[in-house]
Design a protein around this ligand. Structure first.
Ligand code: 5MM
Length: 336
């Protein structure tokens, strides 16, 4: 078993998943302003410190993805954020892409940037304690998109990123996110997601990435948020499993889904069914941002000094996701 494979398994095994707390300052500002809290570095730290010091970190969170600002911050008691995370047994991770920018010659689409100077930045993050990283590529579904151009160049960047990350001794999370926005059917989501993921693996293999030392972070197979033909949670699980079975090489240790705008409950329900019906050898867990933090953020905004109530909500959500990652969740457990 390689070192990278061990790190990947430590993050996603035994009912653990990933807390995606890597919102860039722009996204975090939107989240905080939506609940009437000022987006200052102090407030961003305060909320995150409350989450990272909660009890559930020990049992349910194997890794936390941080943004550059957060990995460099120090808690109120003088602890470095990566040390706070490690003290609970979880691994600190870092988002290393610098964002999705307009793709030249296909201006409705995006290409994720951040390769320039990446090798040097990785060294710095490793020294700060990071043991895994994240890079997110985004794809839209419309009649003509995602284009071959967007599929190919994002896959190429994900592969170059992954190779550099492994060279620096860290596990790359490979996140190709096919967005939920639109009126497309689940069948189209299945077709496009399969195409995107297959191309990513073609490139990862070409770049000699050790597939046993990565974590795939895909979207689930869902109909578009504007679609009138919604599919059942059971169908989501079958379609998602079929897609991954056909497009992910067997060496990959596991999949940690993004929630992509699903409600906390939907993201939990779907993950639970995916695990109940799991006919693959992949670990299937969560790497949720909104679906782990939404209710906690709402609670915290009522009184930003009230650590206990916020942690109670977060602990509950993390426990529900953990149960779902073992196929052991049921709706009656939701009553706090
Ligand atoms: C935590 O949100 C991340 C947002 O990053 P940007 O601020 O740079 O857009 C995002 O990459 C996130 O990790 C994934 O999309 C998963 O989050 P959700 O909320 O979809 O589970």
């Amino acid at each position: 078993m390689s070192e990278l494979n061990k790190i990947a398994l430590k993050i996603i095994s035994n009912g653990k998943g990933i807390l995606a707390a890597d919102e860039s300052n722009g996204t975090m500002t939107k989240r905080l302003e939506a609940v009437n809290v000022n987006s200052t570095p102090e407030n961003r730290l305060l909320f995150r410190e409350i989450l990272f010091s909660s009890e559930s970190m020990k049992k349910y969170i194997g890794g936390v993805i941080l943004f550059d600002e957060t990995i460099n911050q120090t808690t109120s008691s003088g602890k470095l954020i990566p040390d706070l995370i490690s003290s609970s047994g979880a691994l600190p991770g870092i988002k290393v892409d610098t964002g999705a920018k307009i793709l030249a010659n296909s201006s409705d689409e995006k290409i994720t940037e951040g390769l320039d100077g990446l090798r040097e930045r990785l060294k710095k993050y490793y020294k700060l304690g990071a043991r895994f990283t994240k890079w997110r590529a985004v794809y839209i579904i419309t009649e003509k998109y995602p284009s071959i151009l967007a599929i190919n160049c994002n896959a190429h960047s994900l592969a170059r990123y992954s190779a550099l990350v492994q060279e620096s001794g860290m596990v790359p999370i490979v996140e190709p996110e096919v967005l939920m926005e639109g009126n497309h059917s689940a069948e189209i989501c299945f077709e496009k997601t399969s195409e995107v993921i297959k191309k990513c693996f073609d490139e990862l293999i070409l770049h000699k990435v050790d597939l046993s030392g990565i974590i795939l972070k895909p979207n689930m197979i869902l109909s578009g948020d504007q679609s009138i033909n919604k599919i059942s949670n059971e169908e989501v699980s079958y379609k998602t499993l079929e897609c991954l079975k056909n497009s992910v090489p067997s060496e990959v240790p596991g999949v940690a889904f993004l929630s992509g705008g699903q409600s906390e409950l939907e993201a939990t329900k779907n993950l639970n069914l995916i695990n109940k019906n799991n006919n693959t050898n992949f670990i299937m867990t969560y790497s949720y941002g909104r679906a782990l933090q939404q209710s906690a953020l709402r609670e915290w905004s009522k009184n930003i000094k009230d650590k206990v109530s916020t942690q109670n909500i977060f602990n509950h959500r993390a426990k529900m996701c953990s149960l779902a990652s073992k196929g052991e969740w049921s709706s009656n457990l939701e009553n706090l």
